[in-house]
Design a protein around this ligand. Structure first.
Ligand SMILES: Nc1ncnc2c1ncn2[C@@H]1O[C@H](COP(=O)(O)OP(=O)(O)O)[C@@H](O)[C@H]1O
Ligand SMILES: [Mg+2]
Length: 403
């Protein structure tokens, strides 16, 4: 048994794991000077006592939108202008007009907003605070940053409210910066909100493999002990992430998992190679599948569980082996599913539903279907699980059966 000192000292793979976390905001953002400049241009008027431009920022996940905006916000804070006030929030959490307003007010009056006031009271409170009429320093300039703005359920009325506030104010201003990972979200907005929100617009393009390499290389220096990570590991992680829509977050996840693999190996070398990244990718894909499974309807989960059960059953002989892959007859899987459903007290879905479910599971990449071709019992469908049976069972058990 190793000592804790050995575990802590000898295993030094990471220098600082936290810099690989998706929440980490790096000091230097590469390749985003233009975007950052544009954000600053939109926001700069508040430093001259005027309203900022409303701004809509969009681009795929992991293209640096959130950290670019956060960087600009911290630059703005450095100016310490007493009239300028910014509130950043992620709309996964603040997902209604009411919650957004509540969050804004909580920033300057922590106890007020928590006590269940009506919307109009909150609204008046916000206007009063912005006007700031009792002070010499009249008219504050509030910038509300709504990250993942597409999560707000009553977005049109939220945008309308914040924009209209400027007409109701006798001094100061409200402006907003909306950020979305959904590239075609703008089309879904009501035309009036669209033109209000998109006064200025910035698109964040996906990173290419070369840019990702630069970003990863820079971060690897603070994440890992010197000399631990091989260049081919960084190259592969960059290439993989470039293929996944240029998602820097995914690239960091690959490095993190690869490092953890090396760290957990009892003896092996303390170097992270491309093979470890490849391995890490499998783990990351499984993590994703895990998430998908947990959101499936119950009967689809039971179906997957039955298929997983079959492939773990070593006695089970009625299967087709195809280059190491185990394929099961669709009818057999159905029988197994039906009996599992009954045992759990559910009425099994009909076989027509069952085929529908299989198609959906295939579309989600959780199973593969192959037509058996002639010979094997005429034409029948063969099914294969895309992930290891144990993982799939665990995912289902966690969400469905034994919670
Ligand atoms: N240009 C960049 N330079 C350095 N790190 C970056 C860059 N762009 C993104 N990152 C890193 O990638 C991760 C995801 O960035 P984020 O701003 O959250 O993306 P988005 O909001 O577009 O999904 C963060 O950990 C961030 O530190
Ligand atoms: Mg983001």
């Amino acid at each position: 048994m190793p000592s804790f000192d050995e575990i802590l000292a000898g295993k030094g793979v990471f220098l600082d794991k936290s810099v690989l976390s998706p929440h980490y905001v790096p000091e230097i953002l590469l390749y985003r000077e233009d975007e950052i400049r544009k954000i600053m241009l939109a926001i700069a008027p508040v430093l001259q006592g005027m309203k900022a431009k409303n701004l809509f920022i969009y681009g795929l996940t992991g293209t640096g939108k959130t950290c670019s905006v956060k960087q600009v916000l911290s630059k703005l804070k450095e100016k310490a202008d007493p009239r300028v006030f910014t509130v950043y929030m992620n709309c996964r959490v603040y997902d209604t007009r009411y919650k957004v307003l509540q969050k804004v007010i909580t920033e300057f009056k922590p106890h007020f907003a928590k006590t269940g006031h009506s919307f109009s009271i909150l609204y008046e409170e916000m206007l009063d605070w912005i006007e700031n009429s009792k002070s010499d320093l009249k008219g504050r300039h509030l910038v509300v940053i709504l990250d993942e703005i597409d999560m707000v359920s009553d977005l049109d009325s939220l945008v309308y409210t914040l924009v209209r506030a400027n007409d109701d104010l006798t001094g100061g201003s409200v402006s907003l910066i909306g950020i979305s990972n959904k590239v075609n979200f703008k089309q879904k907005l009501d035309p009036r909100s669209k033109s209000a929100l998109c006064e200025e617009e910035i698109v964040f393009q996906p990173y290419n493999a070369v840019q990702l390499k630069g970003i990863l290389g820079q971060r690897a220096q603070s994440a890992f002990e010197k000399g631990i990570i091989e260049e081919n590991a960084i190259n592969l992680a960059s290439a993989i992430a470039a293929g996944e829509n240029g998602d820097a977050r995914y690239a960091f996840l690959l490095l993190l998992r690869a490092g953890e693999l090396v760290e957990s190996r009892p003896d092996g070398s303390r170097r992270i190679s491309d093979k470890d990244v490849e391995e890490a990718r499998k783990l990351a894909d499984e993590d994703k599948a895990f998430e998908v499974i947990s959101t499936l309807p119950q009967h689809q989960q039971l179906l997957l569980y039955s298929l997983a059960g079959l492939s773990e059953d070593v006695q089970y002989k009625r299967l087709v082996e195809d280059g190491g892959d185990k394929l099961y007859f669709s009818g057999e899987v159905y029988e197994r599913y039906a009996s599992l459903a009954k045992r759990l007290g559910h009425v099994p879905r009909t076989s027509r539903w069952y085929r529908e479910y299989l198609n959906e599971l295939e579309m989600l990449g959780l199973v593969n279907m192959v037509s058996s071709g002639k010979g094997v019992r005429g034409h029948t469908t063969l099914i294969k699980l895309s992930y290891t049976a144990a993982k799939v069972k665990k995912a289902v058990e966690k969400t469905l059966m034994f919670e």
